[in-house]
Design a protein around this ligand. Structure first.
Ligand SMILES: C[S@@+](CC[C@H](N)C(=O)[O-])C[C@H]1O[C@@H](n2cnc3c(N)ncnc32)[C@H](O)[C@@H]1O
Length: 260
């Protein structure tokens, strides 16, 4: 199922960039590194759930873009609901899911997700048959997820507190978030984006101690924020740059929803 709605954040930048998004080698490299870093966690969680229930993981990805990470994760899980606020990005992902060899377990949705009971989300398993036909008319509970991923999106979100609260509410009890984004390691972190691409950037990376505290305040347990990888990026568009490339650490922000 694909749900296309007007982009409520008005972020034209990502609509304009969607068609060429995958041609950016730096974006491809960041996704590859995110996948390599997250794969052991995803596989371990999938194995655990399969052993306990016979089923695999229900995954939500927020800020999926054109689906670079989504398409890598899909073969490892039961289903991945892929949400993004930019209709252009979701159109690109939807086109990919229609290719003959694409995984069939991806649901692209264009939405600013602010409510875990948003009718654009699939219904909870028990109601799936009747509600799938017309999910937007349903007031039944929506699916909760074993794992929520979000890569390179948090630095675009104006207020991360309600964003994290929504993610927490979208998890099953015991479910986990694994959120990756570049670290705000100091003033030079601004150079992650070229000066021409600062539109829609709400913060120049994620400060490690700050996100750890915020996730704990919001109610996540087992919060762990760690450097997953470091990526060298070209910073030559900054005229005052002292070197052509700089290393940018990427954080993996993990947290768990308490068991009821
Ligand atoms: C830098 S791009 C990263 C896209 C993709 N994760 C990747 O690495 O290729 C950020 C994406 O987040 C989306 N986005 C921004 N704020 C969002 C929000 N609150 N909820 C969902 N998507 C959001 C943008 O539309 C954009 O596609």
């Amino acid at each position: 199922m694909t749900s296309l709605q007007p982009n409520p954040t008005g972020n034209e930048r990502f609509n304009a960039e969607a068609a060429n998004w995958d041609n950016n080698p730096s974006v491809q490299e960041a996704t590859q590194m995110a996948f390599q870093t997250l794969q052991p966690t995803i596989t371990a969680l999938a194995d655990q759930k399969r052993a306990a229930t016979g089923a695999s993981l229900d995954v939500l990805e927020v800020g999926c873009g054109t689906g670079l990470l989504t398409l890598r994760v899909a073969p490892l899980v039961k289903e991945i609901v892929a949400v993004d606020t930019a209709a252009g990005m979701i159109e690109m992902l939807t086109a990919k899911t229609r290719q003959p060899n694409a995984p069939r377990n991806i649901r692209p949705i264009c939405q600013l997700l602010e409510d875990a009971e948003d009718p654009v989300l699939p219904p909870a398993a028990a109601a799936a048959t009747s509600d799938d036909a017309n999910p937007s008319s349903s007031s039944s509970p929506r699916r909760k997820f074993d794992l929520i991923l979000s890569h390179l999106t948090m630095h675009h979100v104006p207020d991360l507190r309600p964003f994290l609260q929504t993610l927490l509410a979208c998890l099953t009890p015991g479910g986990r978030v694994a959120l990756t984004d570049f670290e705000d390691f100091g003033p030079e972190a601004i150079r992650f984006h070229p000066p021409t691409k600062l539109e829609g950037v709400e913060r120049h990376g994620i400060p490690r101690g700050w996100i750890e505290e915020l996730m704990t305040e919001v109610g996540f347990v087992e919060v762990r924020v760690w450097v997953g990888w470091t990526q060298d990026k070209n910073v030559e568009d900054w005229e005052d740059a002292e070197r052509p490339t700089m290393p940018f650490p990427f954080l993996v922000c993990e947290g768990v929803r308490r068991l009821d």
